[in-house]
Design a protein around this ligand. Structure first.
Ligand SMILES: Cc1cc2nc3c(=O)[nH]c(=O)nc-3n(C[C@H](O)[C@H](O)[C@H](O)COP(=O)(O)OP(=O)(O)OC[C@H]3O[C@@H](n4cnc5c(N)ncnc54)[C@H](O)[C@@H]3O)c2cc1C
Length: 505
């Protein structure tokens, strides 16, 4: 039987991060991935030669001193990627259709505050307060400090008040509220269900700077793979744990893989969906309360995604920011409610990488979606769906195109669909239970699954552990990785890599 120090399950950004952190700290590590290739949500795919993204388009935190940049720097990867920063002025556009108005937002918190005050002069105090409170929350959050990388259960006053309540206490202006919480699309939870603190931890970064990475998540996957080769990490694709056996002292003695191989691991870190973890843990070793807690987690919102090309741009075309959101209603709480019956919210993300040979550019149209819309086909798999599903997909694609063309007539003739994906496509491709974009809903008052599990050599990290998005997923891997290697080794690791110098740069 193979003996290994640590097995990491799942090779999305959390699994890649945890694996490299452990390997750099001398742990003999095996990474197992159910899919045929590593990368999970961050990998790109190609259709008709056009590169498209699955679950990584843009990020905050890549500016000097930014959290994403520091995380990559610590792993020795930052120099392998090329950030493409969006212009600081007119960085993104939110079209609020119920008031028929386009709002252009910059990045940089001070600039954003001034810009919003220009749009809403009567709400200057509310705008200042909102951003000040976001900054205070992030400053006081240990899970966002790489130096400490520790997890503390929610404890700030802002952990116990909903985003919606804060917005309503600050302003009566529904449009301003919608703009302030517009990035809720980036974690997929209703403002009335998420705490103001979680929203702040997720979104402050987006207000500070926004960037793409050239070649998208593939650039990250390449950089990780290259380090794994150098460090001798055992990477297995098409591999998963069938069952756990040989329990002693509350530890799993043997991990039986689908390949038939049996492995003994000092530790095993799951970076997969909590529901998928539950499927692997033997129910007889778990308390009912634990099982209920995991079963009660709800899915975040997801997307119906149209993969298209747009252009070539003509001189008379609009200079739209590459990230443009269409909000049919400024009531974001309604847009993120699965029961909402109106036109869904949508974000259009146009590539800023060099154009394709014909001068066009890839564009992703991501429309908010919920599992209810495709529940009728839950027991079907990609490639084997019935004609009714195909009709649903076609109708939804054409409704999305209509919505986009109505708002941007200049693109009417130059938008060409290449492919589309429903939440079921995401579910099957990413081996997740429901195809939600961000794992579980990060609800106020909820205790997520993070750190040591009831079987003592098993651990949990990943996008559902602390916060979704690449930064949240990577931080979860750092926090659990630190617990696995020990505080002292972690501090030596940071010291050896000059974190203090870089963080202040
Ligand atoms: C459409 C969409 C757009 C998004 N856009 C952005 C964005 O622009 N910026 C951003 O920061 N975030 C974005 N996100 C969110 C972001 O992709 C995720 O938060 C993050 O990538 C999740 O990483 P992860 O490692 O936790 O999970 P995943 O990437 O889901 O990785 C989990 C991996 O585990 C594997 N797996 C599952 N079960 C098993 C098993 N039993 N054994 C072995 N392997 C298993 C899966 O195949 C998968 O590879 C987006 C998400 C979606 C869906």
């Amino acid at each position: 039987m193979r003996r290994i120090q640590t097995i990491v399950v799942g090779s999305g950004i959390s699994g890649l991060t945890a694996t490299l952190l452990l390997a750099l700290n001398g742990h003999e590590t095996m990474l197992i991935e159910k899919a045929p290739r590593i990368g999970g949500s961050i990998s790109r795919f190609r259709r008709k030669g056009v590169p498209f993204d699955v679950g990584f388009h843009f990020t905050g935190g890549l500016e000097p001193g930014g959290i994403f940049r520091n995380l990559l720097d610590l792993l020795g990867l930052f120099d392998d990627i090329e950030p493409i920063f969006l212009p600081e002025e007119r960085t993104t556009c939110f079209v609020v259709e119920d008031v028929n108005q386009a709002y252009y937002l910059p990045t940089g918190v001070a600039r954003t505050v001034e810009n919003l005050k220009d749009y809403f002069p009567g709400d200057a105090y509310a705008i200042e307060q909102y951003f000040h409170r976001m900054q205070e929350v992030c400053r006081k959050t240990p899970s966002l400090q790489i130096e400490n990388a520790s997890f503390a259960h929610p404890q700030l006053p802002e952990d116990f008040v909903s985003l919606q309540d804060v917005l309503c206490s600050l302003t009566e202006n529904q449009t301003l509220r919608g703009l302030l919480c517009g990035y809720a699309m980036c974690y997929g939870v209703r403002p009335s269900e998420i705490s103001f603190a979680s929203h702040s931890r997720m979104c402050l970064n987006f207000h500070e700077s926004l960037a793409y990475i050239r070649d998208g998540g593939d650039a990250l996957v390449r950089a990780f793979s290259e380090r794994f080769d150098r460090l001798g990490v055992d990477v297995r694709t098409n591999t998963w744990i069938e069952r756990l056996e040989g329990f002693e002292d509350d530890r799993a003695g043997r991990l039986v893989l689908n390949t038939g191989e049996e492995v003994t691991a000092e530790n095993c870190l799951f970076t997969i969906h909590p529901r998928n973890i539950l499927d692997i843990l033997p129910a007889r070793r778990l308390r009912k309360a634990f099982i209920n807690r995991v079963m009660d987690f709800e899915p975040s919102a997801g997307f119906f995604n149209v993969f298209a090309t747009v252009g070539p741009e003509t001189d008379s075309g609009p200079e739209l920011p590459s990230i443009t959101s269409l909000f049919p209603s400024s009531d974001v709480d309604a847009l993120l409610d699965p029961a909402y019956q109106g036109l869904p919210g949508l974000v259009a993300i146009r590539s800023v990488e060099p154009p394709l040979p014909d001068g066009s550019r890839p564009v992703h149209l991501l429309e908010l979606a919920f599992p209810e819309a495709t529940a009728a086909w839950n027991d079907t798999r990609t490639g084997k769906r019935p004609p009714e599903y195909m009709k649903y997909r076609e109708a939804r694609t054409s409704a999305i195109l209509d919505h986009v063309r109505r708002n941007f007539p200049a693109y009417a003739d130059s938008l060409h669909v290449v492919d589309s994906a429903s939440m079921l496509t995401f579910r099957d491709y990413l081996n997740s239970p429901d195809g939600s974009a961000y794992g579980i809903k990060q609800k106020m008052g909820q205790m997520n699954l993070v750190g040591r599990l009831p079987v003592r050599n098993l651990w949990a990290a990943g996008q559902s552990a602390i916060l979704p998005g690449l930064i949240g997923a990577m931080m979860s891997a750092f926090i659990v990785g630190r617990a696995m290697i020990g505080k002292e080794a972690y501090e030596n690791f940071l010291g050896g890599r000059g974190l203090a110098r870089r963080a202040g740069s």
